[in-house]
Design a protein around this ligand. Structure first.
Ligand SMILES: Nc1ncnc2c1ncn2[C@@H]1O[C@H](COP(=O)(O)O)[C@@H](O)[C@H]1OP(=O)(O)O
Ligand SMILES: [Mg+2]
Ligand SMILES: [Mg+2]
Ligand SMILES: [Mg+2]
Length: 316
């Protein structure tokens, strides 16, 4: 398609399509920033709390994402994990283009045709899996940009900056939009003869373990990162993501929830309730995370979670 038509499409497409198309490009740029910080070698680690680190990569990737999104969409509410950022960024961190392949090949779902910027909240996790990043589990690091409308997670991107790290074509970006589908990945169904669960590597406790035990899985995968665990579901490596604890926050689950649900799965708290993602909600996902891939019954898994575990979850 000729360049002028592509530029026109990038500026005139419906808002939700421009949000997803721009987020794909911006997350890619943030991923490059994350790799560059690692290459330079000085991670600039700050301890925000117990088991809770921040690095220069988290800070810089957030500045790139928030500066780019707020310039393109000035009336959208943007909430980033690392708090208010200095938006005065180098020119090459300001991404103005959109992913034209996405805009060209996909039609805006009717439900979003009248969407206004003021209806949208974007939840940004500039680097999900910070502890894996500092410990060298780089494949598990993701950049998460989640788009919420009317309190619900409806779209988003999960960018994996170290996917295929040994190839010349490092990184991949998975997008999802409710009513439109997913892209950037060819989802694989999990095996029929085994039941596989993915959960936290570094934030476990007795309650987390009793939820896992009650499901009697054939195997438990313990890996860091909310984005990475949802990718494992889409790759057929696990049937369910089970984390019966507080710890994750809205920016950890908004994009993963939207991507998983755009693909026919479901992501809720441990009581089966969807989290709300409006601009005034509290950040913690205090009643845990339960994600299931398309074809796996969310209800069945919920029914096996003991009442003691459900009672231990805080109110959302
Ligand atoms: N107790 C916690 N403190 C801080 N962040 C947490 C905590 N539990 C979970 N998270 C966030 O949720 C993600 C998924 O959790 P887990 O790896 O335990 O499954 C983590 O990578 C981290 O995101 P982030 O790395 O962006 O700070
Ligand atoms: Mg963090
Ligand atoms: Mg996170
Ligand atoms: Mg983070």
């Amino acid at each position: 398609m000729c360049k002028n038509i592509l530029i026109a499409m990038a500026t005139s497409a419906p808002l939700v399509m421009r949000l997803v198309g721009s987020s794909i490009k911006i997350a890619n740029r943030a991923g490059k920033i994350i790799r560059d910080v690692m290459c330079r070698g000085d991670l600039g680690i700050v301890e925000k709390g117990k088991d809770d680190l921040q690095t220069e990569a988290d800070r810089s990737a957030q500045r790139c994402i928030v500066a780019s999104l707020s310039k393109l969409f000035p009336n959208v509410t943007i909430i980033g994990e690392e708090g208010p950022s200095d938006l005065n960024v180098p020119d090459d961190w300001l991404i103005t283009e959109s992913n034209t392949d996405f805009l060209e090949k996909h039609k805006c779902p009717d439900t979003f045709l009248d969407l206004k910027e003021s209806d949208v909240v974007i939840w940004v996790d500039p680097l999900d899996g910070t502890s894996e990043y500092t410990q060298g589990f780089l494949e598990r690091v993701t950049v998460l940009i989640g788009i919420a409308v009317n309190d619900r997670a409806v779209g988003g991107v999960i960018h994996q900056p170290y996917y295929n790290a040994d190839s010349g074509d490092v990184g991949r970006t998975i997008w999802g939009l409710k009513g439109c589908g997913t892209g950037g990945i060819l989802p694989v169904k999990p095996p029929k003869d085994r039941f596989l669960v993915t959960t936290t590597r570094s934030h476990s406790n007795g309650i987390v373990q009793s939820a896992l035990d009650a499901l009697t899985p054939d195997e438990v995968l313990r890996v860091g990162g909310a984005g990475y665990k949802v990718l494992q579901l889409l790759e057929g490596k696990a049937h369910a993501y089970v984390f019966a604890s507080a710890g994750c926050k809205k920016w950890d689950t908004c994009a993963p929830e939207a991507v998983l649900e755009a693909n026919g799965g479901m992501l809720t708290d441990m009581l089966g309730r969807h989290y709300c993602y409006g601009k005034d909600v509290s950040y913690p996902n205090s009643s845990g995370v339960l994600g299931t891939v398309a074809g796996v019954s969310h209800e069945d898994i919920l029914s096996k979670i003991p009442d003691t575990v459900k009672q231990a979850m805080d109110k959302p």
